[in-house]
Write a protein that binds this ligand. Structure first.
Ligand code: SF4
Length: 199
């Protein structure tokens, strides 16, 4: 992967310590995609090293997938100021880099972590409604999302077999209840298990 000094997003350039480049998965592997780096990731220069990342590691290691066995990337590669949500312009600016990673690594399964990455890959609607639709269909085939994915992502879905959305693994999100009354943590564990079963 060619490193660069992208300066497309002014707010991020003034806030970031460094660009956090993805850790690609092997071809046909599992790629987890988050929203953007947080403080720990910004300092380390590596994605998914904070609390939420460690929780995901733990969920995957329960299925014998170690940190070396899966790839990690974000919708935006730079830490947003105060960890705010990236704007549409910032997302649009960074998605071509993510599309390139997907073309180069052709993951069999993409695990979207939280609402923002899920909306980019699976379209509009709440995370819970997207999950409910997947459960109803009992299918996480990438082709199901071809008409609702972000225009930058749509063409690269041909390289992916499955998109499995998951709740965010941060402690704040994890301990809340979803609309059915289940803990998001329980749903995240279930979705991670599903993602591994599809590899
Ligand atoms: S978020 Fe992406 S597009 Fe924006 S400055 Fe960082 S690397 Fe560039």
């Amino acid at each position: 992967m060619v490193k660069n000094d992208c300066v497309k997003c002014t707010d991020f350039v003034n806030c970031r310590t460094q660009i956090v480049y993805p850790t690609p998965c092997h071809i046909g592997g599992l790629l987890a995609i988050g929203e953007a780096p947080g403080r720990d990731e910004d300092i380390a220069g590596e994605g998914f090293v904070g609390t939420a990342g460690k929780t995901l590691d733990k969920l995957l290691s329960a299925h014998k997938i170690s940190r070396n066995d899966y790839g990690r990337a974000n919708i935006c590669r730079c830490r947003p100021p105060q960890n705010r949500k990236p704007t549409t312009n910032e997302i649009n600016a960074c998605l071509p880099y993510l599309a390139e990673v997907i073309i180069n690594t052709q993951p069999k399964v993409i695990l979207t972590i939280g609402g923002t990455p899920t909306s980019i890959f699976c379209g509009k609607g709440s995370l819970y409604s997207i999950l409910s639709e997947g459960w109803r269909r009992d299918s996480w085939a990438a082709k199901n999302y071809i008409n609702c994915a972000h225009p930058e992502i749509k063409p690269v879905l041909q390289y992916v077999q499955h998109i499995v959305p998951s709740p965010h693994t941060s402690p704040l999100a994890f301990n809340r209840n979803c609309p059915s009354g289940e803990k998001w943590a329980v749903i995240a564990a279930r979705q991670v298990k599903t993602a591994v079963s599809l590899l």
